[in-house]
Design a protein around this ligand. Structure first.
Ligand code: NAD
Length: 421
């Protein structure tokens, strides 16, 4: 099943239950704009490099569109489409005033020099500067991009439109970035995990966690879980996986990863086959690396009672249905990993206000956003006797649908659809 089909399946299921009707369903499923541009640069060796850049703007009913920019050799337009749609639902679940977007460039950042990456980023902004902006569409870092990429975007965008750091989030602090943005997704995931476990009578200090991915999301989530006394028994990154039944010392592991570049070879744990991380003996599984990792192939072997989706779309719809039928609690991506976009929103607010928040304010506001969403999702799940993913989609769709209908966009979009036929 293609990425967009999986997202649309969840969307349609929740939309049908809400009874928003086929007309609005059609409008909310399709992206408003899909852009593909060619970014041509001179490579360091004097040859020309041509890369495809994409931006998909899914929905702006509730505010400007928001979503990351991914640099990867296999940036796939269908996946970008699906991720843009997930952003619409994620920002609506978090109740922040944004729609959803996503984009990327078909390039391998590990094979480009710093100067080449800068040129390709500026070439991309030359092509799309008139469709992004603080009130239109606000990119952020994603796989293969970082605060430096955002700094180049601010600079290039400002050449056309004047100084405006609110055009992107995830910037360096010196250019208007926010305190707490780097750890925000892991921090938000931790707040979500804490709330879910407490609701099911599980003390976090007695729970065993397995985490796939030790990058931004996985490593920060591991730090917060470890600090709270939770046992992280297994961790994987792209190089392999490690396991210790009594828990891994995350502070020591961070030093090992800083020195060697991977979790492999960490002395105080045993190495296990990478794929067995997902099926190891644990209470809470946190996929925080890739999409589509919990599938029909491994779903029967998963032993965790809770799955907290740090990555986007890590669980296929077949595995989702099977695991739920077995009583596994799945905390969906559009809620579990929303901490990053929530603190991105705080960064944008600070830029517009030209005022800086302290870290304790950022964390306090983040926690209350996550706990508010959690209460709303669980209340819908209880009232409608459904799982958390369906409840989260229902919450998001009802917010977007109401905004869309109030703005009269439904009729306008239908005129456009009808014109095409
Ligand atoms: P990252 O690049 O910082 O880290 C990815 C980690 O996954 C690395 O440790 C890498 O070694 C590991 N990995 C890659 N392939 C693997 C494999 N086959 N098996 C095991 N581990 C593997 O990325 P990130 O920012 O932490 O993002 C991780 C996921 O979370 C992505 O799906 C991303 O879309 C999602 N996400 C990230 C954020 C954010 O703020 N960073 C927010 C929401 C969602």
């Amino acid at each position: 099943m293609r990425a967009s089909e999986a997202t649309n399946l969840y969307f349609k299921r929740a939309a049908k239950q809400l009874g928003i009707g086929n007309r609005l369903e059609t409008v909310l499923m399709a992206p408003r704009r899909e852009v593909k541009v060619e970014c041509v640069i001179e490579l360091d060796n004097g040859e020309l490099g041509c890369f495809n850049g994409f931006r998909v703007q899914h929905d702006n009913s509730r505010g400007p569109m928001k979503g990351g920019l991914r640099y990867h050799p296999e940036v796939d337009p269908d996946e970008v489409n699906s991720l843009a749609s997930l952003m619409t639902w994620k920002t609506a679940v978090a109740n922040i005033p944004y729609g959803g977007a996503k984009g990327g460039i078909n390039c391998d950042p590990s094979k480009l020099s710093h100067a080449e990456l800068q040129r390709v980023t500026r070439a991309f902004i030359d092509q799309i500067h008139d469709i992004i902006g603080p009130g239109q569409d606000i990119p952020a870092p994603d796989m293969g991009t970082n605060a430096q990429t955002m700094a180049w975007i601010v600079d290039q965008y400002s050449k056309y439109h004047g100084w405006n750091p609110a055009v992107v989030t995830g910037k360096p602090l010196e250019l208007g970035g926010s305190e707490g943005r780097e750890q925000a997704t892991g921090q938000g995931l931790f707040f979500a995990a804490h709330a879910v476990l407490a609701d099911h009578g599980v003390d976090i200090t007695k729970a065993r966690f397995a985490i796939q991915g030790f990058g931004n999301v996985g490593s920060w989530a591991a730090r917060f879980i470890h600090q709270a006394g939770g046992k992280v028994v297994a961790i994987a990154d792209v190089s392999g996986a490690i396991y210790h039944k009594d828990g891994i010392d995350i502070d020591q592991l961070l030093v090992h990863v800083r020195d060697t570049g991977s979790v492999k070879g960490y002395g105080d744990a045993q190495e296990i086959p990478a794929q067995s991380l997902l099926t190891c003996e644990c209470d809470v599984l946190v996929p925080a690396a890739l999409g589509n990792v919990i599938t029909e192939e491994n779903m029967q072997d998963i032993r965790a009672r809770f799955i907290i989706e740090g990555a986007n779309a890590p669980t296929t719809p077949q595995a989702d249905e099977y695991l739920m039928s077995k009583g596994v609690i799945i905390v969906p991506d559009i809620f579990a990993n929303s901490g990053g976009v929530i603190v991105s929103y705080f960064e944008w607010v600070q830029n517009i206000q030209q005022f800086r928040w302290r870290i304790d304010r950022v964390n306090q506001e983040l926690k209350s956003h996550i706990l508010d969403s959690y209460r709303e999702i669980t209340s819908i799940a209880k009232d409608n006797e459904c799982d958390m993913r369906t409840a989260a989609f229902q919450l998001a769709i009802s917010r977007v649908a109401r905004a869309s209908a109030l703005r009269g966009l439904e009729n306008e979009s239908f005129c456009m659809i009808n014109e095409r036929h």
